[in-house]
Design a protein around this ligand. Structure first.
Ligand code: FE2
Ligand code: FE2
Length: 188
């Protein structure tokens, strides 16, 4: 319990009331962070690839913090009813992309984090532009900054820029899949 409290303090996620209009957003954040943790769990299965293992180990620490933060900002009946699905989808995405090797995994992480950055920024901008719940906006900002770190980390590992049709097609699939998951988790 002490550990959870420390994480909440680190993200300044204590004593925040979630405004009603933010609940569906927060539900999608919680679902997304669940998926993120499971992406790295899936990728860790390719344990013989040391680079994939290393990145997964590093990123999963931050994603677990994000998940704990989101978990504590919602009550259990505000959370998505489809968490099992977000876990499976995250796991499959991490496992499959890692199976195709380090470069493909990094491209996938970059695509996911680019989507997540946009997703968090939409909420942060809305809150700030309307002078609403500054404290919550800053929690989301801290999470978002760390997603950008993941994105940059993954991007920096892919030295030659890959603009092949397959890569672009894959990035589109990852982007639209993430978008669909957000929309569904906003509802249930
Ligand atoms: Fe995250
Ligand atoms: Fe992330």
């Amino acid at each position: 319990m002490i550990l959870v409290e420390n994480i909440l303090k680190k993200y300044n996620a204590v004593g925040i009331n979630i405004p009603k209009f933010m609940i569906k957003w927060m539900r999608s954040n919680h679902a997304g962070e669940t998926g993120a943790v499971w992406i790295y769990k899936g990728a860790s299965c390719i344990f013989w690839n040391k680079k994939i293992s290393k990145m997964s180990k590093e990123h999963i620490l931050t994603e677990t913090n994000h998940l704990i933060v989101m978990e504590n900002l919602l009550t259990s009946n505000e959370k998505s009813k489809l968490l099992f699905l977000w876990r499976i989808m995250g796991f499959v995405l991490g496992f499959l992309s890692a199976m195709f090797g380090y470069k493909f995994f990094c491209i996938t992480v970059d695509a996911v984090e680019t989507f997540v950055e946009k997703h968090y920024n939409e909420q942060i901008e809305y809150l700030l532009n309307n002078n609403l719940n500054y404290k919550l906006a800053m929690v989301l900002k801290k999470c978002c900054d760390e997603e950008i770190e993941h994105q940059q980390d993954a991007r920096s590992k892919v030295l030659e820029k890959d603009e092949s049709k397959i890569t672009n097609f894959w990035k589109k699939i990852v982007g639209s899949g993430s978008n669909m998951a957000v929309n569904v988790s906003k509802l249930v």
